[in-house]
Write a protein that binds this ligand. Structure first.
Ligand SMILES: Nc1ncnc2c1ncn2[C@@H]1O[C@H](COP(=O)(O)OP(=O)(O)OP(=O)(O)O)[C@@H](O)[C@H]1O
Length: 157
C-alpha cells in the first residue's frame, strides 16, 4: 500500500520544465502580446540584427517606456533551445557593468498557438562590441579602414 502511494505521488508530482527553472528569478513578467506591441508586431523596421539562433528587435516596453532588445528564438534552428537555456543561466547569474543585462525571458505561444521563446535585454544603442570593432558605425567616422585595436587600446577603452 505505501509503495503504491509513493508511486502515485511520484507520478503526480509535476516535473519542473527546464525553461521555467531557467527563467525563474526574473522580475519582469512579459507576455507574447506585450512583446508584440513593444516591437510593432516584430516589424522589419524594428529588426536590429540576427544571430545564429534568433532575430533581435528593438522595442519599447510599457508601462514605463523602457528601451529593450527582444531576441526571438528561431525554435526550428537546431540548438536554439539549448542556447536559450544557456543564455538564461549565464545572464541570470552574471552581473557586470560591461555585460548586457537580460531583463526577462518569455516562454509562451504566439497568436497562431506556435511555441514562442524570447529573451529581453536592455537596449544597447551603440551596437555590439564586435560591430564597433569591425566597422566604424557613425557616419562622421566613416572610412574604408577596418577598425582594429591592439590589446592595450582594448584594455584602455
Ligand atoms: N541588447 C542589445 N541591444 C542592441 N542590439 C543588440 C542587442 N543584442 C543584440 N543586438 C544586435 O542584434 C544582433 C544579433 O544578436 P545575437 O545576440 O542574436 O547574435 P550574435 O551574438 O551577434 O551572434 P551569434 O548568436 O551568432 O553568436 C547583434 O549583432 C546586435 O547588433
Amino acid at each position: 500500500m505505501s509503495i503504491l502511494i509513493i508511486r502515485r505521488r511520484r507520478k503526480t508530482k509535476k516535473e519542473p520544465s527546464i525553461v521555467s527553472s531557467s527563467t525563474r528569478g526574473f522580475f519582469m513578467n512579459v507576455t507574447y502580446q506585450n512583446l508584440y506591441e513593444a516591437t510593432a508586431g516584430f516589424s522589419s523596421t524594428n529588426l536590429i540584427g540576427s544571430g545564429s539562433f534568433g532575430s533581435v528587435y528593438k522595442g519599447v516596453l510599457d508601462p514605463d517606456g523602457t528601451d529593450v532588445a527582444v531576441k526571438v528564438l528561431h525554435l526550428y534552428q537546431r540548438g536554439a533551445m539549448k542556447s536559450f537555456i544557456a543564455e538564461c543561466e549565464v545572464l541570470r547569474n552574471t552581473r557586470h557593468r560591461n555585460f548586457v543585462k537580460v531583463l526577462t525571458a518569455c516562454s509562451s505561444i504566439d497568436f497562431q498557438t506556435n511555441k514562442f521563446k524570447a529573451l529581453v535585454y536592455e537596449f544597447m544603442p551603440n551596437g555590439s562590441l564586435e560591430s564597433w570593432l569591425r566597422h566604424r558605425t557613425r557616419p562622421e567616422e566613416a572610412s574604408n579602414e577596418p577598425r582594429t585595436l591592439n590589446l592595450f587600446q582594448l584594455l584602455e577603452s
